[in-house]
Design a protein around this ligand. Structure first.
Ligand code: SAH
Length: 279
């Protein structure tokens, strides 16, 4: 624990730089979100030995072939979710636990669900060490939500699915916000914000093109076996996307190298001009 506290203090300058140059300069303005990102030690959530890269402007590999999201994308999603103090938030795709940790600084309670048991266990351990007591991590299929803890003020999904899972829509409060990447398997997705306006009324906004790891589950791309079948049957007519889908089948680890485009990045940003890495 003493070692962890030392590391956290030593990296506060890098963290400040990350917030200023990777997040705020690209247009995230919500002060509460920026402050939350200033507090959470990202180095505690990366794999051992990767701490020196914790504040890079990119996603990083974690266990089970998954990734910890790029800080900028975490900020964009959380800002769009308009989290208020006291909110109940569902976080689908715990991964490293980093996004759940940032959410925990803004919300009343965070319910996080991860389909890989090892990731759920290690994220829970880190969050406990950091004493982020308002996060509950469960192993399971997050596309089913958490009916026992619903309704939620906000739901964030950190993996891309074919459509908005009905169970998640239904677990939003009236006025609740759901942020989820929707699109082709192995291609880019659209980051979508769904707002529940009434019992059966919802409206959607597009937040930009992104590329996330696949959402695997009952309300996502089904089981891994079914997903492989879908890839080989891909109906996508774009030959470039078809090629990259074949490439993902040949090398599943590449599925974790995902990128996001934000056309709104200001030109004055010191961030690289290239497509910026995401989850
Ligand atoms: N928010 C995470 C990002 C992790 S990447 C972080 O900050 O580190 C997305 C995660 O979604 C992966 O860990 C993947 O295993 C998980 N995932 C994919 N489908 C899921 C599902 N149906 N339920 C829960 N987790 C899922």
């Amino acid at each position: 624990m003493v070692e962890m506290v030392d590391q956290i203090q030593n990296r506060s300058v890098e963290r400040e730089h990350m917030v200023a140059f990777q997040v705020a300069r690209r247009g995230v303005t919500d002060k509460r979100v920026l402050d939350a990102m200033r507090q959470v030690p990202r180095e505690a959530f990366v794999c051992a030995g990767m701490e020196e890269f914790a504040y890079e402007d990119s996603p990083l590999p974690i266990a089970a072939g998954q990734t910890i999201s790029q800080p900028y994308i975490v900020a964009v999603m959380i800002e769009a979710a308009q989290i208020k103090p006291g909110d109940r938030v569902l976080d689908v795709g715990t991964g490293s636990g980093y996004a759940a940790a940032v959410l925990s600084r803004l919300a009343g309670k965070v319910f996080s669900v991860e389909r890989h048991r090892d990731l759920a266990d290690s994220a829970r351990r880190v969050l406990e060490k950091l004493r982020y007591a308002n996060v509950e991590v469960r192993h399971g299929d997050g596309t089913l939500g958490r009916p026992d803890a619903a309704p939620f003020d906000a739901i964030l999904v950190a993996a891309g699915g074919p459509e908005v899972p009905e169970a998640l829509r239904r677990q939003l409060k009236i006025g609740g916000r759901l942020i989820i990447p929707i699109g082709e398997l192995g291609g880019t997705q659209e980051l979508v914000k769904v707002v529940r306006d009434g019992e059966d009324r919802f409206h959607e906004e597009d937040l930009g093109a992104v590329m996330f790891v696949p959402l695997i589950g009952a309300g996502g791309w089904g089981s891994p076996g079914w997903m492989r079948h879908r890839r080989s049957q891909s109906r996508c007519r774009n030959p470039m996307i078809r090629r990259s889908v074949r490439c993902l089948i040949a090398s599943p680890r590449r599925a974790s190298c995902c990128w996001a485009r934000r056309p709104t990045a200001p030109r004055s940003s010191t961030a690289p001009e290239r497509r910026s890495p995401a989850d």
